[in-house]
Each structure stands twice: as structure tokens, then as C-alpha cells.
Design a protein around this ligand. Structure first.
Ligand SMILES: *[C@@H]1O[C@H](CO)[C@@H](O)[C@H](O)[C@H]1NC(C)=O
Ligand SMILES: *[C@@H]1O[C@H](CO)[C@@H](O)[C@H](O)[C@H]1NC(C)=O
Ligand SMILES: *[C@@H]1O[C@H](CO)[C@@H](O)[C@H](O)[C@H]1NC(C)=O
Ligand SMILES: *[C@@H]1O[C@H](CO)[C@@H](O)[C@H](O)[C@H]1NC(C)=O
Ligand SMILES: *[C@@H]1O[C@H](CO)[C@@H](O)[C@H](O)[C@H]1NC(C)=O
Ligand SMILES: *[C@@H]1O[C@H](CO)[C@@H](O)[C@H](O)[C@H]1NC(C)=O
Ligand SMILES: *[C@@H]1O[C@H](CO)[C@@H](O)[C@H](O)[C@H]1NC(C)=O
Ligand SMILES: *[C@@H]1O[C@H](CO)[C@@H](O)[C@H](O)[C@H]1NC(C)=O
Ligand SMILES: *[C@@H]1O[C@H](CO)[C@@H](O)[C@H](O)[C@H]1NC(C)=O
Ligand SMILES: *[C@@H]1O[C@H](CO)[C@@H](O)[C@H](O)[C@H]1NC(C)=O
Length: 565
């Protein structure tokens, strides 16, 4: 496919009439010397300095103003890239591709004459092993008073409100009325994001990221999207192309040549409808035919059908195409390469198009509904994607445990808190976890899934009363957590005897519960052996007793399952 495109391009180039070729783009790069350049077109322009780009002229005003402007950085604010040179790397009749070079790699702005905004991408050459890598705009807070993600839309709380509130933790303040201000409200699921940005009555500035294959992580990957900068008051629009905000590790070393993007940074009059329409158009145009990069253009597709070993279709399963031959790294923590996600249909069938050529592993896990009981996952290594070809994996068998052996299960096994008390309506809310009770009793046969709460963070004990109806046998207790923040620990007792624990000693911190994640953070699976002597005929009880609690820290529940081996 990629090869055909390249040939078609070459043929076109030859056929272009002379007068067309002679046409010069209006878009420009002006070198002002002393590491200062102006780029743009007749619609907008911005001044790039050694580190930051400011003076963004658009619709009659400077839209950066006193704010910091545009930059590219890794591992927090400590490492903002410094641009050592700029050049027009390529151009056509009506566009230029401006390349800014730093020691770590090249940042490109592809500027079309009639485009309010630019396509942007980064080519790695020497980035260090890192967790966070981002591009962002810090913009004028009068022009851009509001923020929009696919989960939240509204006024960015004024800096004034922060100044009169008390800082209670990492970027979180409590106001006099008891409510909280936190930038983490403005987070979202990166792979579900249609468009996000900041806007006001005159202007809007948006990120449209079609394809999304350069992002780290799986379907559950969340990131901060926009926020009010709590020191300066800037309106911040983030493009977290490799992030760690709701994760424990996710540190990656990147190959020379890894490309993030292109995405579209889009300016308009502040209309969300227009941004939504443009996002749709970009999605349809992806992968971009104009992007002259052999590896980017070389893509194939894949299809298959997942069937559970008990004969059921893997209906709605989450399907992830990621790092090959690496069972030591979770799908959420993968991030050095390119990643593709989809969900199986009701028959377990799935397909993914426009996958970069290469060798991947296919991973799948249950996403609730008719396979909410499935506690295992599926992995197939060595899935080879060839240019212009369809890789048909045909029928894949996913080994599951026999549901006849299940003594009890609370909650769908889907890596999310869905179904539990207080799990909605929004996926982020600071301190909601403290509203779950300290003590809770769940009785099999009487209680409903919605009687269990989404997260546990308070000193107290959650009991599960359940009957054993036939002679006990050796069993397994599976504790599936949708997230975990260090600082709170529990002991798990069966009929008064310890069988397991949830503890910071064995689980790393994924910074989720205290950053207000209520649907999921980083998934953890704990499995504990239960000897038949621990169980008895008739009534039994499990206690999940918190022994040490730290405010807003604890875990998000996915599911808890007891089954005979
Ligand atoms: C060059 O830039 C530096 C820092 O941006 C500034 O301090 C210096 O005055 C500039 N020099 C000239 C000649 O403009
Ligand atoms: C940038 O835009 C401003 C406002 O339209 C204009 O005054 C200025 O000349 C432009 N800069 C360049 C280098 O074209
Ligand atoms: C860029 O330069 C500044 C000094 O002006 C320095 O503090 C910063 O660490 C540099 N960035 C990187 C990535 O080295
Ligand atoms: C905008 O930023 C300025 C500082 O440049 C700050 O004084 C002001 O409070 C901010 N406005 C809002 C609405 O946060
Ligand atoms: C992945 O591992 C399998 C089994 O160890 C091996 O046969 C295969 O060659 C590996 N694939 C790659 C691309 O290294
Ligand atoms: C698995 O991935 C991690 C993180 O990228 C890496 O450190 C490790 O070497 C990989 N293991 C194998 C066997 O490739
Ligand atoms: C699959 O499940 C096992 C436990 O059964 C777990 O250790 C592993 O991390 C899971 N793999 C993936 C890719 O989710
Ligand atoms: C939870 O139960 C324990 C033991 O019965 C009790 O001491 C504690 O006060 C209860 N906590 C709350 C908040 O009711
Ligand atoms: C806690 O559980 C882990 C397994 O998840 C186990 O290795 C450890 O020994 C347990 N610690 C205690 C104190 O029970
Ligand atoms: C939980 O109880 C322990 C003592 O058992 C106490 O030290 C701790 O402060 C309590 N934490 C909270 C959040 O109440």
C-alpha cells in the first residue's frame, strides 16, 4: 500500500504543469538571527525563540500575551528542548515544512497557506529514556477562558480561586466551601479523545490527534489534557504524547527515528462544532497521504476472531496490538513503539486497519457484558503486519476457567469500576473515594453489584458473606484492582485467617486514586491460594480490612472472585 502511494506521488510530481510548480507558498519561515524565527502564514504567525514560541498573532491579537507560549519538554518542566537551528525542510505550492532542531530530535511545523494552525510532529534522535514527553501551548488566559475535553467542558477556574484556597496535595486545593480545585479534573482517556483544547468568545486552540498510534498505553490510558497553570494563570493546552500521570512506570527508550504525529494544532473562532467537524475530517484523512515518510506510509491491516475455550464468542473484548515477545510489561506500560486498539464485536470478531508494518503481539481482555466473568487474558506473539496486506489471524482460542467452579464474583472483570456504587457519573472527581463507606457488608444472594463501592481508602472492613454448598476443595481468590495508590493497605481474612493482602509493599504507586481517577488507573491482579481447610460447608466470610490508611489513597475495585481450582 505504502509503496503504491509513493509511486502515485512520484507520477503526480512529474505530471504537475510548469506554471503550477513555479507557484511559491505564502507560508514562511523568517530568521531574525540570535535564535529567533517567525513562522506562519497570512492567517497567523508565531515567534520561536531558543526555547519558547510566543507572540502568536491570530485574529487581531497576540494570543500568547504574558503566557509562556509553545514548547516541547520531557520529564516535567526541567527539560524544555532548546532549538539550535531552523530550516524549511520541504515545501510545495502552498505549504512549507519547517524543522526546528534540538539535540534530542526535530520538531516540525507543516504550514499550509490557508490553514489556521499547523500539522506538527517530532522525530526522535537522542531523547533519553523517559516517562513524560509532551508538546504544549501556554496561552493568553483572557482569549482562552474555557477548556474542553470529551469528559469536561467549562470555564477554567480563575487563578484568584487558587490563591484563596488551601493546597492539600499535588496540584489540588480546597476552597473555603469545602470543594476542591484540581487540574486532574481535566483529564481524559487519550484513545477516546475526539478533540481537546482551550477556547473563548473570539478564538479556540485545539489538538486533533487522529490515528493515535504514537501514544503510549492501551485503551485505559488516561492523561491530563488542559488546565489553568496554578502559578501563573496561563491557559494550558497539553499534548501528552508519552505520559505517566495515572501510571506507575512507563519509562521507555526510543529508537532513533521514532515519530510522534503528525497531529493537527488547529485555530478557530472558538466554535466547538467547527473543531469537532475538523477532527472528523482529520480522522478520515489519517494516515496522512501528504506525509513524506516511507515508514509512516508502510501499513497493513489485520483481522481475527476470538473464541473462549468454553465455546462462547469473546464479545466486546478489548483488543490491543503492542510490543512483541514481552510478557513482563503490561499493556498500559508499553510505550516505545506504535500501538493499536479496538474492541471485538458480539461475535468476537475484530479488525484494525492502517497498522504500521512490523511484528506485534496481540493482547485481549474482557470488557464486561457477556464475558464479565472472564478472569484470564489472551496473548499471541509474532503477529506480522506487511505493507498493503491483510493479516488474517482467523480463529483464536482464549483459555478461560470453568464458571461452574466459581464460588462467588463481585463486579465485572473489565479493569474498570463500572457497576459499583459511586463509580459515576464522571470518571474523575477528587476525594470521591472518601465517600465510600469505611465498613461495608456484602451478602451473596442478597446484595447487588451496586452495593459494593468503587474504591476503598478508609480505615474499616468490607465483609463478604457467602455460602459453600458442596464439600470445600482447594481454591483461588482473585483480587482485581482497577487502580492503586500507595499509602493504604489491607489484610484479607477468610473466616478470620489471613489469606492475602493489598499492600504498598508489593504494589507500586500508580498515582490514580489521589488524582481523582474513579473509573480506572493502572490495573493490578492479585491471586491468593486458598486451601480447602480454610473453607467450610455453609456460611463463610471474607474480610478486606484496611489497617493503614492515608487520605485519598487506596484502590479502585475491578472485581473479586473466589473459584475452585
Ligand atoms: C540574543 O538573545 C538573548 C537571549 O534571548 C538576549 O539576551 C540578547 O540580548 C540577544 N542579542 C541580540 C543581539 O539581540
Ligand atoms: C505576524 O502577524 C502580525 C499581525 O497580523 C503582523 O503585524 C506581522 O507583520 C506578522 N509577522 C510577519 C513576520 O509576517
Ligand atoms: C535548555 O536550556 C536551558 C537553559 O537555558 C536549560 O535549563 C535546559 O535544561 C535545557 N534543556 C535541555 C533539554 O537540556
Ligand atoms: C490570567 O493571568 C494573570 C497573570 O498573567 C493573572 O493575574 C490572572 O488572574 C489570570 N486570570 C485568570 C482568569 O485566571
Ligand atoms: C518471539 O519469541 C518466539 C519464542 O521464543 C521466537 O520463536 C520468535 O522468533 C520471537 N520473535 C521475534 C520477532 O523475536
Ligand atoms: C520488555 O520491555 C521492557 C520495557 O520496554 C524492556 O526493558 C525489556 O527489555 C523488554 N524485554 C524483552 C524480553 O524484550
Ligand atoms: C494476563 O494475566 C496474567 C495473570 O493471569 C497477568 O500476570 C498478565 O499481566 C496479564 N497480561 C496482560 C497482557 O494483561
Ligand atoms: C467500622 O467498624 C469498626 C468495627 O466495628 C468500628 O470500630 C468503626 O467505628 C466503624 N467505622 C465507621 C466509620 O463506622
Ligand atoms: C502479601 O501478599 C503478597 C502476595 O501478593 C505476599 O507475597 C506477601 O507475603 C503478603 N504479605 C503479608 C504480610 O501477608
Ligand atoms: C487509620 O487507623 C490508624 C490506626 O489504626 C491511624 O493511625 C490512622 O491515622 C487512621 N487513618 C485514617 C485516615 O483515619
Amino acid at each position: 500500500m505504502g509503496v503504491f502511494k509513493a509511486l502515485a506521488f512520484a507520477a503526480l510530481a512529474v505530471a504537475v504543469p510548469v506554471e503550477e510548480r513555479a507557484k511559491k507558498p505564502q507560508s514562511f519561515l523568517k530568521d531574525l538571527g540570535n535564535s529567533t524565527w517567525v513562522i506562519g502564514n497570512e492567517i497567523w504567525n508565531v515567534t520561536q525563540n531558543r526555547q519558547y514560541a510566543n507572540k502568536l498573532f491570530y485574529k487581531g491579537g497576540d494570543r500568547v500575551g504574558n503566557a509562556v507560549g509553545h514548547y516541547v519538554s520531557y520529564n516535567g518542566a526541567a527539560s524544555d528542548l532548546n532549538w539550535t537551528s531552523a530550516a524549511v525542510a520541504d515545501s510545495g505550492n502552498d505549504w512549507i515544512n519547517v524543522k526546528f532542531t534540538a539535540n534530542e530530535g526535530d520538531f516540525h511545523w507543516v504550514i499550509y497557506d490557508d490553514l489556521p494552525g499547523a500539522y506538527q510532529y517530532f522525530v526522535n534522535h537522542a531523547l533519553p529514556t523517559l516517562g513524560e514527553f509532551r508538546t504544549l501551548w501556554r496561552l493568553d488566559n483572557t482569549s482562552f477562558s474555557r477548556g474542553r475535553t470529551n469528559v469536561k467542558d467549562g470555564v477554567l477556574p480563575p487563578l484568584e480561586e487558587y490563591r484563596s484556597a488551601i493546597n492539600v496535595q499535588d496540584e489540588t486545593w480546597q476552597k473555603a466551601d469545602g470543594t476542591y480545585l484540581t487540574k486532574y479534573d481535566w483529564s481524559g482517556n487519550v484513545r477516546d479523545m475526539d478533540f481537546h483544547g482551550v477556547y473563548g468568545d473570539e478564538v479556540g486552540s485545539w489538538y486533533l490527534n487522529p490515528g493515535k498510534d504514537y501514544f503510549n498505553g492501551d485503551q485505559l490510558k488516561q492523561e491530563l489534557m488542559v488546565h489553568r497553570e496554578s502559578q501563573t494563570g496561563d491557559a494550558v493546552q497539553l499534548n501528552m504524547i508519552h505520559g505517566t500521570h495515572y501510571q506507575a512506570i512507563s519509562r521507555d527508550a526510543f529508537a532513533d527515528g521514532k515519530v510522534w504525529g503528525p497531529w493537527l494544532w488547529y485555530l478557530n473562532d472558538g466554535s466547538k462544532d467547527d473543531a469537532a467537524k475538523r477532527a472528523q475530517e482529520e480522522e478520515e484523512a489519517w494516515p496522512y497521504k501528504w506525509f513524506d515518510d516511507k515508514e509512516y506510509q508502510s501499513r497493513g491491516k489485520m483481522q481475527g476472531k476470538l473464541v473462549l475455550s468454553d465455546g462462547r464468542p469473546a464479545a466486546g473484548a478489548a483488543v490491543f496490538l503492542g510490543d512483541n515477545n514481552n510478557s513482563t510489561i503490561s499493556t498500559l506500560d508499553q510505550g516505545k513503539g506504535y500501538y493499536y486498539t479496538t474492541y471485538a464485536d458480539e461475535d468476537g470478531k475484530f479488525d484494525i486497519h492502517d497498522i504500521r508494518t512490523g511484528t506485534y503481539a496481540l493482547y485481549a481482555w474482557g470488557n464486561g457484558d457477556s464475558i464479565a466473568d472472564v478472569t484470564t487474558n489472551f496473548t499471541q506473539n509474532d503477529v506480522v503486519i506487511k505493507p498493503g496486506k491483510n493479516t488474517n489471524l482467523k480463529e483464536l482460542t482464549w483459555k478461560v476457567t470453568d464458571t461452574k467452579n466459581r464460588i462467588f464474583q463481585i463486579g465485572a472483570f473489565d479493569r474498570k469500576t463500572d457497576g459499583f456504587a459511586l463509580s459515576g457519573p464522571t470518571p474523575f472527581e477528587h476525594a470521591r473515594i472518601s465517600k465510600c463507606p469505611a465498613n461495608l457488608t456484602y451478602t451473596m444472594g442478597k446484595s447487588q453489584t451496586s452495593d459494593w463501592c468503587f474504591g476503598q481508602a478508609l480505615n474499616g472492613t468490607w465483609n463478604i458473606n457467602f455460602p459453600v454448598k458442596t464439600a470445600p476443595s482447594d481454591s483461588k481468590l482473585t483480587v482485581s484492582l482497577a487502580g492503586f495508590s500507595q499509602g493504604t493497605s489491607a489484610t484479607i481474612l477468610l473466616n478470620g485467617v489471613q489469606v492475602g493482602n493489598i499492600t504498598s509493599a508489593s504494589l507500586v504507586n500508580s498515582q490514580d486514586t489521589y488524582r481523582g481517577a474513579t473509573r480506572n488507573g493502572e490495573w493490578r491482579l492479585l491471586e491468593f491460594a486458598v486451601a480447602k481447610e480454610g473453607l467450610k460447608m455453609g456460611e463463610n466470610r471474607i474480610d478486606v480490612g484496611v489497617e493503614k490508611a492515608t487520605q485519598w489513597r487506596g484502590w479502585l475495585w475491578d472485581s473479586i472472585v473466589l473459584e475452585r481450582l
